[in-house]
Design a protein around this ligand. Structure first.
Ligand SMILES: Nc1ncnc2c1ncn2[C@@H]1O[C@H](COP(=O)(O)OP(=O)(O)OP(=O)(O)O)[C@@H](O)[C@H]1O
Ligand SMILES: [Mg+2]
Length: 317
């Protein structure tokens, strides 16, 4: 559905996107994740035919973004990062105008309008002048605009930026719903958003793909093994020695050294040694205050991958 092949984009000698390739399949919601200036918007602009790549190619909905850009445009809904809506127009008037511009047949425009007004939660403001709307509502009008011609693919550049928590939940559930039938590529900095919405993550850093895969695969990719956090009261060196001596334990880090010690224990092959720890502590009469598995979050992965100066963590497919 979206196939990016070795795309590079240079601006006056500066390489914003550097030889990236990735695929987003039909009915997939892909999260495009990366720090400021990583190249997310630049890539999305290429995919939505805003400008061509310097080198490389991309196929969107079966058409080449350079050779068949008109065919691509018909099949995508693009929501740019700063939603460019006409502030002097009324919501309904604007969306009907956009529907006409996008060649939605006259007989279907009213039905499409009603659908997007309802789905984007803007039916109550349909008569309002866009310039008088709050930022969140303007954002929704931008999403409604992207959806009005029922495109096969939605490309959304930070769709939830500036929304309040309730609106974010609503827009996320809307995107999830849309993703059942459409292909969605959305960029975001918000990691819980990716975890909540996306079934595929593409991490971009410094114009290069740092990693891509399902959220679970990415966690496996950077995780060194099962992580256990524990707080044990006792003499530090003795407790540390016990933890290190356990089978399957490959590493123990002291997080806090006190009468109440805190440790991070890493186990190989995802072996969970919590029961063994509790038995050993019971034998020694060391009270345990905490003993829990500490799963890596996408946040940890993002920080790990994007903090790597070499940008060469590699991709896992
Ligand atoms: N038209 C342009 N001319 C020159 N440089 C540009 C242009 N557009 C983008 N860049 C540069 O390309 C790099 C990537 O920018 P891009 O907007 O794609 O980042 P982004 O990942 O979307 O960041 P953000 O999270 O801040 O939106 C940045 O260093 C930016 O300054
Ligand atoms: Mg951007």
């Amino acid at each position: 559905m979206i196939e990016v092949r070795n795309i590079t984009k240079r601006f006056a000698g500066f390489t914003a996107v550097d030889n990236i390739s990735f695929t987003v399949n039909r009915s997939e919601i892909a999260g495009f994740l990366g720090p400021n200036g990583a190249g997310k918007t630049t890539t999305m602009r290429i995919l939505s035919c805003f400008f061509p790549p310097s080198t490389g190619s991309a196929v969107v909905a079966g058409y080449d973004v350079v050779k068949d850009s008109m065919e691509v445009r018909k099949r995508i809904g693009y929501m740019p990062e700063n939603v460019p809506v006409y502030p002097e127009m009324r919501v309904k008037e604007y969306l009907l105008y956009r529907a006409a511009l996008k060649k939605v047949p006259r007989s279907q425009r009213k039905a499409r309008l009603d659908y997007v007004l309802e789905r984007c939660g803007i039916a109550s403001v349909e008569r309002k002048v866009i310039g008088h709307l709050s930022k969140g509502f303007r954002q929704r009008v931008g999403l409604a605009d992207a959806m009005i011609h029922n495109p096969e693919i939605l490309i959304l550049d930070e769709p939830t930026i500036g929304l309040d928590p309730n609106q974010i939940i609503q827009i996320r559930s809307l995107i999830k719903d849309i993703g059942k039938e459409h292909t969605v590529l959305l960029s975001t900095h918000i990691l819980p958003e990716v975890e909540a919405v996306c079934n595929r993550v593409i991490i971009i850093n410094g114009g290069k793909i740092a990693a891509s895969g399902t959220p679970d695969k990415l966690i496996g990719f950077v995780s060194e093994g099962l992580r256990i956090k524990t707080e044990i009261r006792g003499e530090h060196d003795a407790v540390l020695g016990m933890l290190k001596s356990l089978p399957y334990v490959t590493g123990v880090t002291t997080l806090k050294k006190d009468s109440l010690n805190s440790f991070l224990v890493i186990c190989e092959d995802d072996k969970d040694v919590r029961e063994t720890i509790s038995q050993k502590c019971a034998e020694q009469r060391w009270p345990i205050k905490e003993l829990r598995c500490d799963a890596l979050t996408l946040e940890d992965i993002f920080v790990k991958i994007t903090a790597d100066k070499t940008d060469e963590i590699g991709a896992c497919k």
